[in-house]
Design a protein around this ligand. Sequence first.
Ligand code: BES
Ligand code: MN
Ligand code: ZN
Length: 495
Amino acid sequence: MQFQFRDKYVATEEPIIIGLPHEPAQMDNYEEVDTLLNGQLDAIIKEDVLSTEFGVVTTTGAIIQRDYRKVIAVGLGDARALDRVKLSEALGVMFQFLKQTDTVKGQILLDTFPVDSHMAAELVAIMAEISVYEFNSYKVDQAPLFSETAAFSITSSVDIKETVSHYGKLGEGIIMARNFSETPPNLMTPEVMADKIAEIFESHPYVTGEVKDAATLEAEGYGLITAVGKASYAKPRLVTIEYRHPDAKGYKPVALVGKGVTYDTGGYSIKSKTGMPEMKYDMSGAANVIGMVHAVSNMSLPVHIIGVVALAENMIDGNAMRPDDVYISYSGQSVEVKNTDAEGRLVLGDAVFHASQYSPSLIMDFATLTGAVVAALGEERTGVFTNKDAAFLNPLIEMTEQTGEAVWQLPISEVEEKNVRQSAVADLTNHVEKPGRASFAACFIKQFANGTPWIHFDIAGTGTTSKTTPSGPKGATGVMIHTIVKMFETGHFHG
Ligand code: BES
Ligand code: MN
Ligand code: ZN
């Protein structure tokens, strides 16, 4: 979406777009807006022409400086309750209204939002990208995307141009991740995804990368990702991208690892005909890691990141892995495969151990890992697990309260440590027929962290949404990109 910037209202033919709190006097520019509306702002609200109700968009016409103009208002409710999450919601609803009504031009009066101008600008930039997201589909009659045609001006007494451009990059990271996830699986194979990643980061400042192909993975002992990917014509890849800002010298890197199963049929432990559709989204962890690195590098944040994405397609052929097989992981630990549908933990086992070789101060992995986490926490909370104490998660949890990306910690304990070692023939097993499957899966991955502080995000429920929300349509969400980028930005992971 294009923006232009103004420092005061200019009479144009564009509709004017305002935020409307319960007490409009709380707007920084109450006088100005009231004057534009011929001193009728209070009356317009009192007569219920425009609503101040939170998240409700209403419109009216007004004679503004002798011309008839459309006024579009998003209700903000009680200004005192307008935190970042609330404001994001209101802005999302506002942009979605503009999209639905084909309003591709308009003048947003930022001072009508009764919060810090830079905070308003930041959230406008992010929500403008994500709330009206639309996948550029393969429909013959796909209309041009709203995001490509829309061009709004933002009028603000404070100069917020840089802020909008900076956080637009965060929004773009989320869009990039969603585009990866939405692309059909025949068109987003491990090879295609690896090539796209290489292309995206090719000339990025401070970014270097490496792609390991199937032959290399096998030769170098990445036995788990090799096993998962070997039955597909589309062979696996392990992609590592390193972003190292010169100001981050002397810091150990933070590793971000993503599950990139480009399609999950379940393998011989095959999924049902209702369980298989949507499994194109099983690479959303990888997509979100790419979105994070893209945002952080575009925003030029002074940090050091290793992004690792494990790309494989879980298919069936005469050479597919079977339940009972044993494979040697990159870490050297042997693994008995008891369920070929528990493939995410296998690719992550190798990828997390690979990440640990860069001596990071922290490894975080993101994976659409278990149906169990969806049963436990639903679609709106990501399950988080760590090999550190619970307090270790506090800064992260506090950040999620700002971004609205809720997380909930789930345990890993001696119970799981014992269960993952239940194989009669190998060091570890990828599955036992017992409940508690989200914790079991997390504990399996933990065995590959090599003692590095580690946080695992099970995004099986939150990686996609089944309904439109103010943050975007049904489908891939790009969950956790916002939170993790903000954590890097506020220096939480370094120093
Ligand atoms: N990709 C799935 C998990 C999943 C399920 C993601 C539903 C999104 C929605 C994963 O690979 C899987 O198949 N997990 C199994 C593991 C089981 C066989 C131990 C599960 O959770 O049922
Ligand atoms: Mn599976
Ligand atoms: Zn899977």
